[in-house]
Design a protein around this ligand. Structure first.
Ligand code: FAD
Length: 315
């Protein structure tokens, strides 16, 4: 079976959920070969095995992460030349997309970005017009490089015993152009990261102001959830843009999504409609979000949300 390279997304050895999604997708089309770049592999190897990596290429040289992005593209280009994989999957994150573009230039191939599904023959599915239409595209020459949107595939465990191979690359001068001076400073609060959380509680325009977001945070904390927001709320400056859910924000697919004071515009749905269970609190029984929900509460969020928080805290 043809190998499919999967670039592991990790921060200091902590593997991001999108990696398990990519491994799941790769397994559906061939043999998943994870590519680990940087230190920390030993602590993470069990996770890659749990999600079915048949092979892991380990490039542990710290130099690869001492420069911004380019070394990762050079390493992947070398692996493509040496191993002739059927495709390369990367996460459609800021870094993943930049690596994909650089890699495509190096191997004279093409990139599909923001893919939400992969059909046979590496035909990428894209969700456009806020999820109303799915378009299909295919790389027409070289090894396809596919940047997959986080949370678009359900990760499925499939334990394996991966073969490991140490790999390295001799970096070009160009790859050493931009030195990392400071590591990513993660905004690490008590709450789970939005795209990784099992439960997300989001607030919208109905919340009515920045201070009122405390209601959303309290409800989220009672559930151990991440906080999200609609674009109306982030554009108004009530909550940071990095928490926006939707077409132009983050895509989430938690076990439980609670939409509070959110109407359910198509652009918001695009970022949360694959959540397993959806609950909405909205005072307008005609709000479009109710077409989508598993459970809906028609009521004033200023009454319903605090009561819900209290009840959950009692349990
Ligand atoms: P509204 O649509 O104004 O809805 C507020 C809701 O709160 C109403 O349903 C109302 O009944 C309810 N409400 C009011 N008061 C209360 C109360 N006291 N108790 C209970 N309910 C109450 N939007 C996104 O969210 N994410 C995106 O990524 C995004 N990308 C976009 C990209 C483009 C190109 C465009 C054109 C738009 C995009 N939008 C996005 C904006 C989107 O179209 C909507 O305008 C936005 O989602 C509306 O946010 P909202 O539901 O919070 O506000």
């Amino acid at each position: 079976m043809a190998e499919i390279l999967v670039l592991v997304d990790h921060v200091d050895g902590e593997v991001k959920k999108v990696t398990f999604e990519l491994l799941t997708l790769a397994r559906a089309h061939g043999e998943a070969a994870a590519v680990w770049i940087g230190p920390g592999y030993e602590g993470a190897k069990d996770k890659l095995a749990e999600y079915g990596a048949a092979k892991v290429y380990v490039a542990a040289d710290e130099e690869l992460t001492s420069y911004v992005v380019a070394p990762k593209a050079e390493l992947l280009a070398q692996l493509v030349a040496d191993k002739s994989p059927a495709a390369v999957l990367v996460p459609a994150t800021g870094e993943g997309k930049e690596i994909a573009g650089r890699l495509a230039v190096k191997i004279d191939s093409g990139v599909l970005t923001d893919v939400v599904g992969l059909a046979d023959d590496f035909v990428g599915e894209h969700s456009i017009f806020g999820g109303a239409i799915v378009s299909h595209a295919k790389v027409s020459k070289g090894t396809p490089i596919v940047a997959v949107r986080p949370n678009s595939t359900a990760p499925e465990a499939s334990p394996s015993t991966p073969e490991e191979e140490q790999v390295s690359v001799s970096l070009s001068d160009a790859a050493k152009g931009t030195h990392v001076v400071e590591k990513v400073v993660q905004e690490k609060g008590e709450r789970p990261e939005l795209t990784e959380a099992a439960i997300v509680v989001s607030g919208g325009r109905g919340v009515g102001g920045a201070d009122n977001f405390k209601l959303i945070e309290d409800l989220a904390d009672s559930l151990g959830a991440a906080v999200g927001a609609s674009r109306a709320a982030t554009d108004a400056g009530w909550y940071p843009h990095s928490f926006q859910v939707g077409q132009t924000g983050k895509t989430v697919s938690p076990q439980l999504y609670v939409a509070v004071g959110i109407s359910g515009a198509i652009q918001h749905r695009a970022g949360m409609q694959t959540s397993k269970t959806i609950v909405a609190i909205n005072k307008d029984s005609e709000a479009p979000i109710f077409e989508l929900v598993d459970y809906g509460v028609v009521g004033d969020l200023f009454q319903v949300a605090p009561q819900l928080t209290e009840e959950i805290k009692k349990r």
